[in-house]
Design a protein around this ligand. Structure first.
Ligand code: PGA
Length: 231
């Protein structure tokens, strides 16, 4: 295990699978994690997997059967409670299978025209159901919602498309983190955007960085494990 840090801070690693994977692929992923369970230090980190809604029940079942200390997350949630909202998945339904939910991702805003008002309503719904809210912010001036539990700074240009992207310079991230730290009031701040095995160590040096939201590099189990095992 590449775990040379002597820092006892617990880091959060969230695998954001986006619109990827079938149930068979999830089965293969969890099987691989289970086979390498002994190599993972589960004590100094919180590992969270965010699959598509259709895969949440199956992932929950596989994770529980494998006895893995892995939490699950929704990638989105309805801004409405249960009721006549065709096609949406509400917070109560997400809570049945997951502990966390990602809200306000830039891809939701860009492709699905999600507004700040939607973000606010989603956070409220998630909070009411006891989900841990990971609010994504796109820049240092983004509004951080009072009810968000974890904040993920994800500059949109740094997010990979089809696995390729330009990660943000760690020094720039440190500056932004320091700027927004006052607003955090003790909440964890994560970085997301093209995190991979070659650059993660430079981000791990930023004390205030409590962890990562990882897209492309979380899809392959070996790749994901190579990231989490850096801590
Ligand atoms: P990426 O995605 O790691 O593929 O850049 C990060 C995210 O959007 O959560």
């Amino acid at each position: 295990m590449d775990n040379q840090n002597n820092n006892s801070q617990k880091k959060i690693f969230i695998a954001n699978w986006k619109s990827n994977k079938t149930s068979q692929e999830v089965q293969n992923f969890i099987e691989e994690l289970k086979n390498h369970k002994e190599e993972i230090n589960f004590e100094n980190k919180t590992i969270v997997i965010a699959p598509s809604f259709t895969l949440l029940p199956k992932t929950r079942q596989l994770v529980d059967e494998a006895n893995l200390q892995v939490k699950l997350s929704g990638q989105n949630v309805s801004p409405f409670p249960e009721g006549a909202y065709t096609g949406d998945v509400n917070a109560k339904q997400v809570k049945e299978f997951a502990e966390y939910v990602i809200i306000g991702h830039s891809e939701r805003k860009r492709y699905f025209h999600e507004s700040e008002n939607d973000v606010e309503n989603k956070i409220k719904e998630a909070e009411d159901q006891g989900l841990i809210v990971v609010q994504c912010i796109q820049n240092e001036n983004s509004q951080i919602h009072d009810k968000a539990d974890v904040v993920a700074y994800e500059p949109p240009d740094a997010i990979s498309t089809f696995g390729v992207g330009e990660a943000e310079d760690p020094e720039e991230i440190r500056k932004v983190f320091e700027k927004i730290s006052e607003e955090l009031k003790g909440r964890s701040l994560l970085y997301g955007g093209s995190v991979n095995k070659d650059n993660i160590e430079s981000y791990l040096k930023i004390d205030i960085c409590a962890g990562f939201l990882i897209g492309g590099a979380s899809l392959d189990p070996q790749s994901f494990m190579s990231l989490i095992n850096k801590w």
